[in-house]
Design a protein around this ligand. Structure first.
Ligand code: WTA
Length: 675
């Protein structure tokens, strides 16, 4: 055993009990003991309908529901017959109840001056947010957008992104947010699949002192769609963020001008509980990203309840003492949807948004933001924590982090060393860490500690949230024993579960509902391997499919392969994950070059740039190796396990290597148990 793995095992066996609330400066823990958690959990599983209708009572309904749950696996209807509006519950309700002057969104933008202080910052109260959202909703309507029309949002991290999402929710036009790091091709694919009539974008966004040319990418995407003969977009609404020079074409409308003309009267649509709130594209094991569909009511109440208990969110008039919640995710991912916007605003604790990167202008940026705004709850990804560990302790040490009460992580497994560093260096050795496990498909956190209740172990996401009947099992639904690996499955429906894959029912059923079944009843299969320890804690061990998690971003290996083979120099490509110190998982590509192309450094650079162009910079391979042939089984399947072990450096290649390795030789040497 290496020194690292011994340390890791030691850490994994440590148990940290929740501190008293006063120890971290909190007024109380909303769920304050394991017994209280257990009692509520048992109740939520034994009688989900009464549990969730109790939760739903706290929200605003234009009309109450007829039934809490109609379950005809895999079809769930929650609060059917009810009429509500998510935007109303996030924004208008706070204003109507007299909280209009409280801060809803606190924003810090780039550029920053040399000391790290923001030049651009804004606080929007609920009233401000209501004004902006209603005006934008009117702009959308004036462009012919109505209930059911899908609006694509491709913006940087500015408050206008949240405003755009909420304006869509207000009028019942489902949004499809595309991460600002995706390329024109990726935009074209998603806009085409959703048949989206409108794109909302920015002239650009700031990242590390440079402008990301968002509008140019949209222009290029529209051209690509035109070339394909499928160009559904009628309007591009562009918000001016960076005075970036852009071309104004026929479809383009200026956000800033349109908003000046718009009225701030626009009542919320009374939407059905099961109307679509948004779709969000995510990678699966095939080449094509899928649009995960979420609906109004169940998603709203589940994300708000998880946010409340996981982060211990308490508004001021209930004793919260000026909490400020900060999630560092981008709204282009599910984490930003659920835990910057929809799950946070109903809880009436300000949600901080920032533009830029964690290490610009210095690696102290995050900690300066924490200090400046006295952030109480901080939610980030393990990849960021590992990067901060590398950048040095002097950065967090230079800032006052005493305001922090709860620390969260999400997106990928956190290694115990990073967990310990987070607790000790950021959390003063006392703040509880909530390692939240969930997915785009689950809508909200499904396995997570509650900070005042759950004993935590470094590296474990611990116990299921209320209403989540999660088990570790085999394909027949039989539960695994203690510490035995198995599939992560959920036996019962929960309010924020995905309702489908947009336009592809077959894929919905095949991907999630065809792996595990017991007595003819399908269970939701998450696609993760996991185990439970003797305390019942869950430990996530990695994907069961060809999805890799790069810096907490989900990518299908097939997507990267398709991008590679689209280049003229590539005959065949196989992509696997490999261990990466910061990213958790890096991307390794094995490529067979076309005749006339020599595998060399220049081609490596060309291919990396090509993948960035096809998908986005996050998909650039960290390692490209050229091989005359890929290792295959007798039936012709690429031996991915062997490639993974080569990429990890576990399998030595001993044969003579000239320009091209011949990995088919290694395949013959390796055992053929991959067949
Ligand atoms: C992984 C992100 C371990 C997992 C919210 C899951 C995690 C996929 C954790 C979903 C965690 C997410 N511990 N693994 N705390 N959180 N994952 O859809 O493999 O971008 O299936 O949602 O990330 O990624 P997605």
């Amino acid at each position: 055993m290496s020194k690292n793995s011994i340390e890791s095992t030691l850490h994994e066996n440590r148990i940290f009990n929740p501190p008293a609330p006063s120890e971290v400066g909190a007024s109380e823990w909303l769920i304050s003991s394991l017994d209280q958690y257990q009692e509520m959990y048992d109740r939520s599983i034994a009688d989900p309908e009464s549990f969730w209708s109790g939760v739903a009572e706290d929200f605003h309904w234009f009309k109450k529901w007829d039934s809490v749950l109609e379950w005809n696996a895999p079809e769930a209807k929650w609060f059917n017959g009810g009429k509500t509006n998510v935007c109303y519950n996030c924004v208008d309700r706070q204003v109507d109840n007299g909280y209009g002057d409280e801060p809803a969104i606190i924003w810090e933008g780039e550029p920053v001056d040399d000391s790290g202080a923001p030049l651009d910052q804004r606080t929007l109260t609920y009233k401000d947010l209501q004004t902006e959202v209603t005006k934008l909703a009117n702009v959308l309507k004036s462009k012919g957008i109505k209930k059911g029309d899908i609006v694509t949002i491709y913006m940087g991290m500015v408050p206008e992104l949240a405003i755009a999402m909420l304006a869509c929710a207000r009028i019942g036009a489902p949004h499809s947010v595309i991460f600002g790091g995706f390329s024109a091709q990726a935009i074209a694919d998603r806009v085409g699949d959703a048949n989206s009539k409108m794109i909302i974008t920015c002239d650009g966004s700031w990242r590390r002192g440079k402008v990301v040319p968002l509008k140019n990418n949209v222009d290029e995407a529209i051209q690509l769609m035109k070339d394909n003969g499928n160009q559904p977009v009628e309007h591009v609404l562009c918000f001016g963020r960076c005075h970036n020079d852009i071309k104004w074409g026929e479809l383009d409308r200026c956000w800033n001008e349109e908003m000046e003309k718009a009225s701030d009267e626009c009542p919320c649509e009374e939407l059905d509980s099961e109307d679509m709130l948004f779709l969000l594209y995510t990678s699966g094991s095939t080449g094509k990203p899928k649009g995960i569909v979420h609906t109004n009511a169940g998603y709203m109440i589940y994300t708000a309840l998880t946010a409340k208990y996981t982060f211990n969110l308490i508004p001021n008039d209930q004793g919260g003492q000026n909490q400020v919640y900060w999630c560092t995710a981008d709204c282009g991912w599910i984490t930003g949807h659920s835990y910057i916007v929809y799950g946070i605003l109903p809880n009436r604790v300000p949600s901080l948004m920032f533009e830029g990167g964690p290490d610009y202008p210095t690696a102290a940026r995050f900690w300066q933001i924490v200090e400046r705004h006295k952030v109480t709850q901080f939610y980030t990804a393990p990849t960021a924590i590992r990067a901060f560990m590398k950048w040095g302790d002097e950065h967090p040490e230079s800032c006052d982090l005493n305001s922090l009460q709860v620390l969260g992580t999400v997106g990928e497994p956190i290694n115990p060393e990073a967990w310990m560093w987070y607790r000790n260096k950021i959390g003063r050795g006392i703040c509880p860490i909530v390692d939240t496990y969930w997915q785009t498909e689950t809508g909200g956190q499904i396995i997570t500690p509650l900070p005042g209740a759950t004993p935590t172990k470094p590296g474990s996401c611990t116990l299921p949230f209320f209403g989540i009947d999660a088990i570790v099992c085999d394909e027949a639904g039989n539960e695994a024993g203690v510490n035995q690996g198995g599939l992560m499955a959920i036996r019962k429906p929960w309010p924020s579960m995905l309702r489908g894959v947009y336009g592809d029912r077959q894929r919905f059923i095949e991907t999630y509902w065809s792996t595990v079944a017991k007595d003819g009843e399908p269970y939701y299969a998450a696609g993760d391997n996991t185990r439970r320890d003797e305390m019942g804690n869950f430990w996530i061990m990695g994907r069961t499919d060809d999805v890799i998690n790069v810096s907490g971003h989900r990518l299908g290996t097939m997507e990267v392969e398709s991008a590679l083979v689209a280049h003229e120099s590539v005959v065949e490509a196989a992509v696997v994950g490999m261990p990466h110190e910061i990213k958790g998982t890096g991307i390794a590509a094995f490529v067979t070059p076309a005749p006339g192309f020599d595998g060399g450094d220049e081609l490596i650079q060309t291919l990396r740039a090509h993948v960035a162009e096809e998908i986005g910079a996050i998909a650039k391979p960290d390692m490209i190796r050229f091989t005359a042939a890929l290792p295959k089984t007798r039936s012709g399947k690429i031996m991915r396990r062997l490639l993974r072990s080569i990429a990890a450096g576990d399998t030595e290649i001993t044969q003579d290597i000239t320009t091209l390795e011949d990995l088919s030789v290694v395949a013959k040497l390796a055992s053929s148990d991959e067949e």
